[in-house]
Design a protein around this ligand. Structure first.
Ligand SMILES: N[C@H](CCC[C@H](N)C(=O)O)C(=O)O
Length: 276
């Protein structure tokens, strides 16, 4: 099997193109290939497939074998892959995902290689039961969740995949390993959840660290950055456009007031190609 190792701000993926549909063993393959000691090593396994609604279809398996509805860093990698490998000659394409439907994507290219990618991530889903959470409210803002006797307050946002955004004093120093897994699997979240820990530094900049559903601590999370911006607007912390600073780097996120759609702009990189 041919693959390309790619990443968006260090959130890394094994990208496979050429299948006509998701292989039946994609989940088991993701677990085996994403293993950082016995496999290639990655946060996820990404398939580029045909679509009858868009130029391409993206499906993504987390490293634990679960399929995610959407992935911001991966969709930028897919856009870069199809442009750099000549599968399209257009700088404006569409990519379909399970969680957000047909997504317009704009590529900024230089010397035939895509450098930065701007993605229409669609409209956030804010109704608690649709994120999903077990809370019947719309939106779910500053809601309590307690794990091991410690209460956190979260805002729930779906970008096609579920997120809980929690504001803390020092996101960069937060103990993700201690609290992330417990929150990810809390009974309040029927399909588990991605957990973002955020520190607002200004109305235009937020530090964020993430414990991802099905992947654990990653260096960046595109949908998580979108959820953090939406949550920060809902909580009155930031303007509708802000830089979300992750361990792996910065993403520019905008929640357009007129359309209600969220736009994410950031880099994508290819590291090597291989055969396994
Ligand atoms: N672990 C996530 C999928 C990957 C999302 C993240 N890597 C991104 O860039 O959006 C989930 O199960 O919803």
């Amino acid at each position: 099997m041919q693959f390309t190792k790619m990443h968006g701000l260090g959130n890394d993926f094994i990208v496979v193109h050429g299948e006509q549909a998701l292989p039946a063993d994609a989940s088991a393959l993701a677990v085996r290939l994403c293993n950082r000691f016995f496999g290639i090593g990655a946060d996820g396994l990404v398939y580029i497939l045909p679509s009858d609604r868009a130029d391409f279809m993206m499906r993504i398996m987390n490293s634990d074998g679960s399929e995610a509805e959407q992935c911001g860093n991966a969709i930028r990698c897919v856009a870069k892959y199809v442009y750099d490998n000549g599968l399209t000659d257009r700088a404006e394409i569409t990519i379909e995902t399970l969680g957000a439907g047909v997504q317009p994507v704009q590529l900024e290219a230089a010397e035939g290689k895509a450098q930065r990618v701007r993605v229409d991530m669609g409209k956030p889903i804010l109704n608690g039961l649709d994120v999903p959470t077990a809370i019947d409210a719309n939106p779910v803002i500053d809601a309590p969740v307690t794990v091991d006797g410690r209460e956190f307050r979260f805002t729930a946002v779906s970008m096609g995949n579920p997120h809980a955004v929690i504001y803390v004093e020092d996101a960069a120093g937060f103990d993700l390993a201690k609290w992330g897994p417990k929150l990810e699997t809390h009974p309040l979240f029927p399909r588990k959840i991605n957990v973002e820990f955020a520190t607002v530094n200004s109305r235009g900049q937020v530090d964020m660290r993430v414990w991802e559903r099905g992947a654990g601590p990653t260096l960046a999370c595109g949908t998580g950055a979108c959820a953090t911006l939406v949550s920060s607007v809902l909580n009155g912390h930031t303007d509708r456009q802000a830089t979300i600073s992750l361990a792996g780097g910065d993403l520019l996120i905008e929640w357009d007031e007129e359309s209600g759609r969220v736009y994410m702009t950031g880099p994508a990189a290819a590291v090597y190609t291989g055969t396994i």
